[in-house]
Design a protein around this ligand. Structure first.
Ligand SMILES: *Cc1c(COP(=O)(O)O)cnc(C)c1O
Length: 361
């Protein structure tokens, strides 16, 4: 038995993988495979419409938001957000700095339109979430990263600042969208790449409040303008047809299981078991502060680096793959997105217990 803890692209649910494999040969209701049909034909149009309907139902997205199927990964949103939403206002966009991805988003916004830092967790090496500061008057948006995939911290609700209102809120939800509900009364734009919690690489969705689209500058490169996606139902050029199909099937799987309440229940159960195991054995040194811990990525180290290498090597021999931490942080990272089975968590925690007991004796 092999278990895949890769941080992204990540494991798919077994039934979704099977459906996708079959659809490469031949789609149901068609005599062709998913890789070989037109994005303008009836079959694909139905897939796209179904994917959008599922996204809207699962996230309870209000009607005044556009749902767009974009290219270029979450990283292209690091450019699109400031170019589209950060230029019309009298002051600069602000960024909450909670890890590597928010630093990258901030660096790109700074380069393109100028941006300022709001709170930052850099002084505590991103072990905990930063404190939110009041945004400046005229600030076009405050950007934050809901789950910090590399350090293993997560906002459990939208950031708030004490006794003041914040600028419109933009969220990079690339590593936790569809693992819990999102409060769209508190957000103005949310984006996520699909390859962690709801599909494969090639697709990034952006959900943006329609009134913000009115301020999009007219001179943007055509595929970097939200207007292009919104006005053409994401069909201005060929969208990522295969990735959209995979997401549509993945979201169907989520809906059939009971939606985001069930995804969140599973995420809590997976994470509880892994953190309980980390906390039980002193050989495992947790990275994130307990109050900021992520349900999606649990990060820890083993003090002796030889032991740590041994852990990773033995884990692979036991069929547990993808546990090596990000190269910037090192250590061990357990990524546990929607597609990860409880059986994977059981086998991992048994292995961790057995390894820790051997270490002690
Ligand atoms: C993975 C990830 C990204 C980068 O996504 P790409 O699709 O590779 O551009 C950005 N932000 C967060 C929070 C991520 O987890």
């Amino acid at each position: 038995m092999v278990h895949n803890f890769n941080p992204g692209p990540a494991v798919l649910p077994d039934t979704v993988r099977e459906e996708v494999a079959d659809a490469v040969r031949r789609l149901p209701n068609s005599n062709l495979g998913i890789l070989e049909i037109s994005h303008r034909g009836r079959v694909f149009e139905e897939i796209l419409a179904s994917a959008e309907a599922r996204i809207r139902r699962l996230l309870a997205i209000p009607d005044d938001f556009a749902v767009m199927f974009c290219h270029g990964g979450a990283t292209m949103q690091f450019s699109m957000v400031p170019l589209n939403l950060g230029q019309a206002a009298s002051s600069k966009p602000e960024y909450l700095i909670s890890g590597v991805w928010s630093q990258k988003a901030f660096a790109e916004a700074s380069r393109l339109v100028g941006a300022t830092q709001n709170g930052s967790g850099e002084l505590v090496q991103f072990r905990e979430l930063p404190k939110v500061l009041a945004t400046a008057p005229g600030c076009p948006y405050l950007h934050y990263t809901s789950n910090n995939t590399i350090y293993g911290t997560q906002w459990t609700s939208a950031p708030t600042a004490e006794a003041c209102s914040l600028a419109p809120l933009v969220c990079d939800a690339s590593s936790d969208l569809f693992s819990a509900s999102v409060d769209f009364s508190r957000h103005d734009a949310v984006y996520a790449c699909a390859q962690k919690n709801f599909g494969c690489s090639g697709l990034t969705i952006a959900v943006v409040r329609s009134n913000l689209l009115d301020q999009v500058p007219k001179n943007l490169p055509i595929l970097l303008s939200y207007q292009t996606y919104a006005k053409n139902q994401s069909l201005y050029n060929t969208p990522a047809t295969f990735a959209i199909f995979v997401a549509e099937r993945y979201l169907a799987w989520i809906e059939n299981l009971g939606g985001l309440a069930e995804m969140h229940r599973r995420a809590r159960e997976r994470a509880q078991r892994v953190y309980a195991c980390i906390d039980e054995f002193p050989v495992y040194l947790p990275y994130a502060e307990p109050a900021s811990r992520s349900l999606m990525n649990a990060t820890f180290r083993i003090e002796d680096s030889e032991r740590e290498k041994k852990f990773l090597k033995e884990a692979e021999s036991a069929g547990l793959f993808g546990l090596k931490g990000h190269k910037l942080l090192g250590g061990i990272r357990v990524s546990m997105y929607n597609g990860l089975s409880m059986g994977a968590i059981e086998d991992l925690t048994s292995f961790m217990k057995e390894f820790a007991i051997r270490w002690d004796s």
